[in-house]
Design a protein around this ligand. Structure first.
Ligand SMILES: [Zn+2]
Length: 494
């Protein structure tokens, strides 16, 4: 049965900008690692009579993000006051951008499963300031109260607003993943979702298929992981469809997501929706963005994930899957690309790319998950990874030995040649010593030899296993297998 309803999703992402100082004052923006209320001054505390000054670096970073998202950059932009009373908002208003954002009308490509690639519109990217942080406390037998840490107030924030172009939670997840990856590649934000430097609000509505009008939209606020955004949208999609199918109406409202309960909960209905009374910020002059300024930033944009993926597939011969896994992580692409030159003299370039990609996508990710490591903690150097690839390629160590060496390199770093020596890992390739072991094993296992002569080919596998056991796994298994087969073959001949 064809689907009667269509899901419509738009996302708003807030991402903290990678500047050393705050948006309108010289205070450090390193609020994550500092004691509460140590990165403050009269400007970010919202004292009367002080004047904000624009951090130019923050404007640069929004232009850069806008260009990476194929946006037009406004020749002239301005700041506006967004008024609302809340304890974490020091001035009683937030300096934001209302009608003339820095960047507008861009797009971002997504591709889900086997479906065709689709372009999701980017409505705008604008610049604003973050708010302070409220810490709620409750004494075991006493009052509950809130503490205020102003360190985060005034940290530069960009807001990236999409068009309501996504048609499923899967598409929203893909959009978010790609956007995150682009921001990491252009280095405009750490975009760390767990630390709150990348936050997502989602709008979702349902309408009958074929309708041009949007249904009543529900906004889900501040969900703090990719997985939670996906789960919240899935839950909300089902909830709204059920309401419509049972003839009820959907109320336009803001809902929160509860990870533990796996459900969205009503927070604020339309009657209480805020009226922000935007007006131009009188303390800041408009900013003229010259085309030379834009051109200069354009030259700083590196190869973006989508272009990288295409090159990995077309030029380096990676599979679609391997290329997709690789580009999801900027640091992985750096390790990948800096390892390859060390192999260019000794291996076919596609063979080298495939092998290195495999180490990174499979083994490095396995270790990274097991140890919950950040990239700063991973000790593998490109030159050493290349050496490991060559050790295996030359047959000096087996694949399973190489995994043990790799795990050691991951945690402590070092030269794989030395690690394999220290661990006593080396593959025996010299045919004479393997031949000796094979002869011994055949003598020691007459019944298996008998089985083989009776026509049981599985006896070969058993005997090779015995050779591997006797050499403590160091015999080259392929050589051992060939020799066992040859030796048995000689016995079968009359
Ligand atoms: Zn300050």
């Amino acid at each position: 049965m064809p689907d009667k309803y269509e899901t419509v999703i738009g996302l708003e992402v807030h991402s903290q900008l990678l500047t050393t100082s705050k948006m309108f004052c010289p205070c450090g923006s390193d609020y994550q690692d500092s004691e509460p209320n140590t990165r403050v001054c009269p400007v970010c505390m919202g004292m009367p009579g002080v004047l904000p000054v624009v951090n130019k670096k923050a404007v640069d970073l929004v232009i850069k993000t806008g260009l990476a998202l194929n946006c037009s950059i406004s020749p002239e932009t301005k700041f506006d006051r967004k008024n609302y009373p809340y304890p974490d908002l020091m001035k009683g208003y937030q300096i934001s951008q209302f009608d003339i954002p820095i960047a507008l009308s861009g797009n971002l490509a997504i591709q889900v499963g086997d479906a065709e690639e689709r372009q999701i519109g980017i409505t705008r990217v604008h610049l604003e300031e973050d708010v302070a942080k409220l810490i709620h406390r409750k004494e075991p037998y006493g009052d509950s109260y809130s503490l205020l840490d102003i360190n985060r107030a005034g940290v530069p924030l960009m807001e990236i607003v999409s068009e309501p172009d996504m048609r499923s939670p899967e598409e929203a997840n893909e959009y978010l993943t790609n956007l995150h990856s682009i921001i990491r590649f252009v280095e405009t934000s750490t975009a760390n979702m767990e630390e709150g430097s990348f936050r997502c609000d989602a709008n979702i509505s349902i309408r009958p298929v074929g309708s041009e009008e949007l249904g009543a939209k529900v906004e889900i606020k501040n969900v703090n992981s990719f997985r939670s955004v996906f789960r919240a949208l899935k839950h909300e999609e089902t909830r709204q469809r059920k309401l419509l199918e049972s003839g009820q109406t959907i109320e336009q409202e803001t809902r929160g997501w509860s990870d533990e309960r796996g459900t969205t909960l009503s927070q604020r209905t339309k009657e209480y929706a805020a009226d922000y009374r935007y007006f131009p910020e009188p303390d800041l002059p408009p900013i003229l963005i010259s085309r030379d300024w834009v051109k200069k930033i354009q030259t700083q944009i590196p190869e973006l994930p989508s272009a990288k993926k295409e090159r990995y597939i077309e030029v380096l011969g990676l599979s679609e899957y391997d290329a997709s896994v690789m580009i999801a992580d900027k640091e992985a692409t750096v390790l990948f690309e800096t390892s390859l030159p060390f192999l260019s003299q000794s291996m076919n370039s596609k063979e080298a790319a495939k092998t290195v990609a495999n180490w990174i996508n499979v083994d490095l990710n396995r270790m990274k998950n097991e140890h919950k490591s950040t990239w700063n903690e991973i000790k593998i150097e490109p030159a050493e990874l290349a050496k490991l690839v060559l050790l295996v390629d030359a047959g000096k160590i087996s694949n399973s030995m190489a995994k043990a060496v790799f795990d050691e390199m991951f945690i402590n770093g070092g030269d794989p040649n030395k690690i394999s020596e220290d661990k006593g890992l080396s593959q025996i390739n010299d045919t004479e010593s393997i031949q000796n072991v094979v002869s011994e094993i055949l003598l020691e296992n007459p019944s298996a030899v008998e089985d083989y002569l009776d026509g049981k080919d599985s006896a070969v596998r058993f005997l090779v296993g015995q050779v591997m056991k006797k050499t403590k796994g160091q015999a080259n298994p392929q050589v051992a297998s060939e020799m066992v087969t040859a030796e048995l073959g000689r016995k079968r001949e009359p």
